[in-house]
Design a protein around this ligand. Structure first.
Ligand SMILES: [Fe+2]
Length: 260
């Protein structure tokens, strides 16, 4: 059995520091073999910088997945090109820096990790990610043992439909982006572990990681206020996938969170 921890959107550099203080001991305590962290907001809702990516990787993450904010910080472009542990979504235009997938070791197994964007209520013109993923699965066949997909998308129905299209082809699929965890964790009929959204990692005292008054005034006035980070204790939300290392199928899916 191989255990993967997938964590939701990391909201800020302070959250990066919190995770880096906790992840290695958590890995030992929970016997976690591989950690995937969605880092698209690690620069506080404006992409991720190279420094925060390095801190996360040193701090216990094996790979960082992306989202609609990943390309916001140009400083990450060279890291995206140079590192096989920092991903941007796979379904971006040809020639965009970086890659949307990678193959990394976990114990004696090879894990194919995807980062992908949804289409509904996201950046207009984002293409269906499933064909991009299927092409890579075919191209890399024999070069990986297990696979996992972070589907960064707003609509739960879109994520679940994509998961059914990929059921049995990928070991585990989970959603990020909404910052709110769902309670629909399951193993799909052909063996893919699934949850629509895992939530986020950051301060608990605001609205999706942002200070409450900023968000309520923004809604009331429709004016653009600059975001301020929420206060309150840190909480990290994610999911634990236990995978059969021989068949590549999911054995169990469990929501998981830890805090200060
Ligand atoms: Fe996002």
């Amino acid at each position: 059995m191989l255990r993967i921890l997938a964590l939701g959107d990391v909201i800020s550099p302070a959250t990066v520091a919190f995770l880096s203080r906790r992840l290695w001991s958590l890995r030992r305590e929970k016997q976690i073999d591989f950690v995937v962290v969605n880092g698209e907001n690690a620069g506080f809702l404006s992409g991720i910088g190279s420094r925060d990516a390095a801190i996360l990787l040193d701090g216990g993450a094996d790979v960082i997945t992306g989202g609609n904010h990943t390309m916001a910080a140009k400083s990450i472009y060279s890291t995206l090109d140079a590192s096989d542990r920092v991903l941007r979504p796979i379904n971006l235009a040809e020639g965009v820096p970086g890659s949307g997938y990678t193959i990394l070791p976990a114990r004696d197994r090879r894990i194919l990790v995807f980062s992908a964007l949804g289409c509904l209520f996201m950046e207009a013109g984002t293409p269906d990610p499933v064909p991009y993923i299927e092409r890579v699965l075919a191209r890399e066949a024999g070069r990986y043992d297990l696979s996992i997909l972070d589907l960064h998308a707003e609509a739960t129905g879109e994520k679940l439909a994509a998961a059914h299209r990929l059921d049995g082809k990928i070991s585990a699929i989970y959603g990020t982006h909404t910052h709110v965890p769902t309670a629909d964790e399951t193993v799909l009929p052909k063996g893919t572990g699934y949850i629509s959204d895992v939530g986020f990692c950051g301060h608990t005292g605001g609205i999706l990681g942002v200070k409450t008054e900023v968000m309520t005034e923004r809604q009331r006035t429709r004016l653009r206020f600059s975001y301020t980070e929420a206060e309150g204790p840190f909480r990290a939300q994610g999911v634990l996938f236990d995978l059969d290392e021989t068949s590549g199928k999911a054995l169990s899916v469990k929501r998981f969170e830890f805090g200060e």
